[in-house]
Design a protein around this ligand. Structure first.
Ligand code: PMP
Length: 460
């Protein structure tokens, strides 16, 4: 236990020491962090965090793309408290259910597009993705086509860090660790127009990237392909917004070869792009969809897979168990919080606000404030998610060499100046809480400008 001590430096040092002794962090060089000491976050309210040194920080990442309704929401705290007292836990195996799980399934179905009315619960985005991998393969087995087992995804996509999620994702740094990967997964190029299109227009590039799917399908044989899986907008890959025609081309190809289309909505879901789901914003009609993060605004771990009639009915009509699930699938307290979160989103009209007001405002303000900055090669984003390419030379798009980690330099300046933005290689990304106001967007953009100036100074 920590001593009750009001001295902030002492609290920082105490937590850091315990952390270094016992805590191994995700996606972290633990040895290096232990020497430096982790930043200690103590409090959150609205779009702001405070650290143990008393610094107030604007959270431009909504935690890890998840605290959509902002920190400290009484409605969510109360929902957890009430449910915790009533029924803290029971499972949904044993032919059993409870009101929070059933009601949350209905609540999710009320906001999912199309016929995605059937909900399977998990606890994290990675588990939701593993569920999709197993479910689409089993779907084709039920259809008498067990050979249709290949999943196709994209380079630089992120689908989680379980063995399934790592294998499906396109992060080469992850593939090198903990191999071998799950077999029967293929990848195609990502639709990163600014970085990879050469002289092609956005439209030409959109067609070319979708054509890569068709080429891959023909290479491995359409009869062997179960599904194509993609994030509507790649998030952890640096916020890559595909060309406007990309998804409709992908959709056509999936339809042509009878291949299921899975949308990984773990980041885009629950309002990030100004619609309930990124699929609506980007014009995708998925057969199956993963969601997590914003489902509970990150207050408790919960995830779900929304399944369309085609797949769901196959399982429902097939007289057999689906041997998959988790102890905490549909956890009552997490479900109660997610219900309260969706209801709060509806009550506050947050989706519409992001779609018609704060989303377009952030996009415009970012371009006004940062567009002419010498380090900024390109800004892309939709709603309240954006990615900014940092370059050495705006005209030629030349990147900094490996000796200058421009993203990390910029990220550190942000932290030092009360702003959280994440670095993905040389791209800076942001996804603030959806409750962010116009005034807070102004503050975010001004702070970002200052930090980009400081970054430029650091490398000049
Ligand atoms: N899919 C996508 C698109 C994600 O962005 C993430 C997490 N960033 C995941 C899956 C994995 O989610 P989790 O970390 O909750 O397992």
């Amino acid at each position: 236990m920590l001593e009750d001590n009001n001295n902030s430096s002492s609290i920082t040092a105490d937590v850091q020491a315990i952390d270094a002794d016992h805590h191994m962090h995700p996606f972290t060089n633990t040895g290096a962090l232990n020497k430096k000491g982790a930043r200690v976050i103590t409090k959150g309210e609205g779009v702001y965090l405070w650290d143990s040194e008393g610094n107030k920080i604007l959270d431009g990442m909504a935690g890890l793309w998840c605290v959509n309704m902002g920190y400290g929401r009484e409605e969510l705290i109360e929902a957890a408290n009430t449910q915790m007292k009533e029924l803290a836990y029971y499972n949904t195996f044993f032919q059993t259910t409870h009101a929070p799980a059933a009601q949350l399934a209905k609540e999710i179905a009320s906001v999912t597009p199309g016929d995605l009315n059937h909900i399977f619960f998990a606890n994290s985005g990675s588990e939701a993705i593993d569920t999709i991998i197993r479910m689409v393969r089993q779907y084709w087995c039920i259809q008498g086509k067990p050979y249709k087992s290949i999943l196709i995804s994209r380079e630089n996509s992120y689908h989680g860090s379980t063995v399934g999620g790592t294998s499906l994702g396109g992060m080469s740094g992850m593939h090198k660790q903990g191999a071998p990967l799950v077999p029967n997964i293929e990848r195609i190029r990502q639709p990163y127009w600014y970085g990879e299109a050469g002289d092609m227009t956005e439209e030409e590039f959109g067609v070319a990237c979708a054509k890569a799917l068709e080429d891959k399908i023909l290479e491995v044989g359409p009869d062997n392909v179960a599904a194509f899986v993609g994030e509507p907008i790649q998030g952890a890959g640096g916020v890559i917004v595909p060309p406007a025609n990309y998804w409709s081309e992908i959709q056509k190809i999936c339809d042509k070869y009878d291949i299921l289309l899975a949308a990984d909505e773990v980041i885009c879901g629950f309002g990030r792009t100004g619609s309930w789901f990124g699929s609506e914003t980007l014009g995708i009609k998925p057969d199956i969809m993963s969601m997590a993060k914003g489902l509970s605004s990150g207050y408790l771990p919960i995830a779900a897979v929304a399944i369309g009639d085609r797949i769901a009915n196959a399982f429902i009509e097939h007289d057999d168990d689906f041997n998959h699930g988790f102890t905490y699938s549909g956890h009552p307290v997490a479900a109660a919080v997610a219900i309260a979160n969706i209801q709060l989103m509806k009550k506050e009209n947050i989706i519409e606000q992001v779609g018609t007001d704060t989303g377009p405002y952030l996009q415009q303000k970012l371009r006004e404030t940062l567009g002419d900055h010498p380090l900024v090669g390109h800004i892309e984003g939709v709603g309240l998610v954006a990615g900014i390419a940092l370059v050495k030379d705006k005209n030629t798009k030349e990147l900094f060499g490996d000796d200058i980690d421009i993203g990390m330099i910029c990220r550190d300046h942000c932290f030092d100046n009360g702003l959280i933005m994440r670095a993905v290689g040389s791209r800076m990304v942001m996804s603030p809480p959806l409750v962010i106001s116009r005034a807070e967007i102004d503050e975010l953009c001004e702070k970002a400008r200052l930090c980009f100036d400081l970054t430029l100074k650091s490398v000049s």
